[in-house]
Ligand binder design. Structure first.
Ligand code: ATP
Ligand code: MG
Length: 342
């Protein structure tokens, strides 16, 4: 009998399995409107699509300079943000990456089928490494750990922002290569990237994506910013010297606000453009500010409540780690076996 792999049926025999959803988010400080629009709100709706696993990827967050004194606190904070946005522990599994050791071991195994050349082409590595005196090996191998995160859960669907498209493609290539070398083992995941809001831009530098670690403070709306701060940041968004509330060449700032308003008020960008035909930027920006404040208000209130009871939060994450481990461990055992470890 094959040791360790007996509890996991071969992939071909689980054709009718429930859709698996997996996504990860870094605990690199408070999360922003881009995270919410591009990823988190889809985590919430995807809970109804199948069996969903959401992971606070603390191991990823050490790939750039971080503060060890706030790591645990930020991890709890990110989990609270996800729950406040609408994740429900009865409808999904929410856990912390470092609590499930299969992720780091899986990454090491997958590293043997990942190529140096393909990792060197990853734009996130180039962007985050650019201009730094020292770049960690973890920043380089980040996509391999991300592949392990996803592949350990037999994932079908990965709700992510547009910036993760390339990493998802790589995860598929790694899985394919593993399968052709060792036999059908890993399911090939699909990225689920929203058509509107897949890449929310920094409000002060609208040619760069809004980012937890790389953006401007004034151009990054945190989902838990107080209402007056949210309003101020949106009202001072950089636009252009034109007057038309339309998307187009050189209008990245306006296009970004159109996308944000569309999502916050459940309209298409075309509907927003039509609604502001002939109106000026001042009125438009004021409306975006009001809409975003109202849209985020319930999330912020719930977040403040959740932060006041850390023991409940810790209990959710402990249960989540157990559930995640129960799924990840058999996949890892199968990988080890296929690779010849005994
Ligand atoms: P960093 O810039 O330091 O990588 P981040 O803001 O990208 O941080 P992550 O935790 O890495 O935050 O990303 C969590 C999720 O949010 C991912 O699915 C990512 O694709 C998505 N995301 C991040 N930034 C944006 C953005 N500006 N617009 C849309 N989605 C985004
Ligand atoms: Mg990121």
């Amino acid at each position: 009998m094959r040791m360790g792999a007996k509890s996991r049926p071969a992939l071909a025999t689980v054709a009718a399995h429930m859709t698996r959803i997996f996504s990860g988010i870094q605990p690199t400080g408070q999360k922003h409107l881009g995270n919410y629009i591009g990823a988190i709100r889809h985590y919430v709706t995807d809970q109804d699509l199948g069996e969903a696993f959401y992971c606070v990827v603390d191991l990823h967050s050490i790939s750039v300079a971080y503060d060890r004194d706030t790591l645990a606190e930020n991890t709890l904070d990110t989990a609270a943000t996800l729950l406040a946005a609408g994740l429900e522990p009865d409808r999904c599994t929410l856990f912390v990456q470092s609590h499930v050791p299969a992720h780091s071991e899986g990454a090491w195994l997958l590293g043997s089928v990942a190529a140096f050349g393909e990792l060197s082409r990853m734009t996130q590595f180039k962007d985050k490494g650019e201009g730094r005196e020292s770049v960690s090996v973890d920043l380089f191998t980040y996509p391999v750990l991300m592949a392990a995160d996803i592949l350990l859960y037999d994932t079908d669907r990965v709700p992510v922002g547009d910036d993760q498209r390339q990493h998802l493609e790589l995860a598929r290539n790694i899985a394919q290569r593993f399968n052709s070398r060792y036999g059908d083992t890993l399911r090939l995941p699909e990225a689920a990237i929203p058509s509107t809001g897949g890449r929310v831009m920094d409000l002060q530098e609208p040619t760069r994506k809004m980012s937890t670690t790389g953006g401007t403070a004034q151009g990054t709306v945190l989902v838990v910013d107080p209402p007056e701060v949210v309003a101020k940041k949106v009202r001072s968004a950089v636009t252009d010297s034109g007057r038309e509330v339309r998307r187009g060449e050189g209008k990245e700032g306006i296009a970004n606000l159109i996308g944000i308003l569309a999502v916050a008020t459940d309209r298409t960008p075309e509907q927003v453009e039509a609604a502001y035909d002939g109106q000026g930027y001042g009125q438009f920006k004021g409306d975006v500010a009001d809409a975003v404040v109202e849209w985020l208000r319930p999330l912020r209130e719930r977040y403040l409540e959740l932060r006041s009871d850390e023991s409940e939060l810790r209990a959710v994450l402990a249960r989540g780690a157990e559930q995640a481990q129960a799924v990840a461990a058999p996949t890892l055992a199968e990988m080890r076996h296929r690779m010849g470890f005994r």
